[in-house]
Design a protein around this ligand. Structure first.
Ligand code: SF4
Ligand code: SF4
Ligand code: SF4
Length: 309
């Protein structure tokens, strides 16, 4: 480890704050991090409002407002290495589901007509205006390291920070959530897709075999597979595998439908249609990235409009 401490800034854009809490979740490992890193700016740990020069810049959250864009540019100018930290920064995150609606629909629903959040503070008046759409940070600034996960598990955060401090390449993980799941895929005679609240799923058999849609096989493991291990199907919050992202003919719904139809008596088309109708769930986390949005099969607005008719 270098004797001089590595200077770190972090900034959050449009997000839930969970990624910054995940940094604090390093618990006692935080003490080891602090031996070699000086945290200069971090919304949950320091009161630094400016952007000091830094070696590492962690950016969480997507670009949603004018403020987010300016903050991302400031971070890029002041930090030697930028980490897109968390699914929101890497793929746009769940805010991407907003792409299914127009900017005006969102302003009306959230700011003008909602009985619980009704306010005169329309973005663009006295608070930062909304960008036309949600975008991942690499559409605005150059990114040096991508660390998806919602949030990334503390193990991957520690690995990434340690690698940067030691000047080594961070380990590239290619495993899917299935790799860490103990459920067995087996052929069944299940004839209908079930919603996650329907019935009680066996805890030793793959959700797909039981008729529940689980995105574990198309999702990169950045979490150590907690959901299927605790009885909840994976909704893909860590973002898709590289295979899904980079191969134009592969897509979340087609891959899962193919696998599930082979494991059950449910037809490929039935599963695919169900996933299209619930696209705001199954595509939420990566909808805003061009890698998904530009797939020839991607018609999410159409599917959602039809399902809401
Ligand atoms: S990636 Fe997940 S945990 Fe991190 S800020 Fe976005 S929504 Fe929150
Ligand atoms: S699809 Fe889901 S339940 Fe099945 S093995 Fe993969 S993670 Fe586990
Ligand atoms: S939804 Fe999937 S990717 Fe997200 S934490 Fe659960 S298992 Fe991991």
């Amino acid at each position: 480890m270098s004797e001089k401490k590595v200077r770190l800034n972090s900034e959050w854009l449009c997000d839930c704050g969970g990624c910054h809490v995940a940094i604090v979740d390093l618990h006692e490992k935080m003490l080891r991090v602090m031996e070699s890193i000086e945290i200069q700016k971090c919304p949950v740990l320091t009161d630094e409002k400016g952007y000091p020069e830094a070696d590492i810049g962690i950016v969480t959250g997507a670009i949603r407002t004018e403020h987010d864009r300016k903050a991302a540019i400031e971070m890029r100018e002041k930090c030697e290495t930028i980490i897109a930290f968390g699914t929101c920064a890497v793929y746009g995150g769940f805010h991407g589901a907003g792409l299914a609606h127009s900017r005006e629909e969102i302003l009306n629903h959230v700011y003008r007509k909602s009985p619980t959040t009704k306010t005169d503070l329309i973005p663009g008046n006295s608070i930062s205006s909304l960008e036309k759409m949600v975008i991942p940070i690499d559409e605005v600034i150059d990114v040096d390291l991508y660390l998806p996960g919602c949030p990334p598990h503390a193990r991957f955060i520690f690995e990434a920070l340690s690698s940067l401090v030691n000047g080594t390449e961070p380990r590239v993980v290619q495993e899917t959530v299935c790799a860490g799941c103990n459920r067995e895929m087996e052929k069944s005679e299940v004839t209908a897709v079930r919603d996650s609240h329907e019935g009680i799923a066996r805890d030793d058999v793959c959700f797909l075999s039981q008729g529940y849609i689980c995105l574990g096989s198309v999702t990169l493991d950045r979490c150590l597979s907690p959901c299927p291990s605790h009885g909840i199907p994976c909704t893909g919050c860590a973002g898709p595998t590289m295979q899904i992202l980079t191969e134009p003919t592969r897509d979340i719904r087609t891959e899962v439908s193919e696998r599930m139809s082979k494991l059950t008596a449910i037809s490929y088309d039935t599963i695919r249609e169900k996933m299209e109708k619930s696209a705001k769930t199954y595509y939420a986390y990566a909808m805003a990235t061009k890698m998904i949005g530009q797939k020839p099969t991607f018609l999410v607005r159409k599917w959602i409009a039809e399902s809401e008719e």
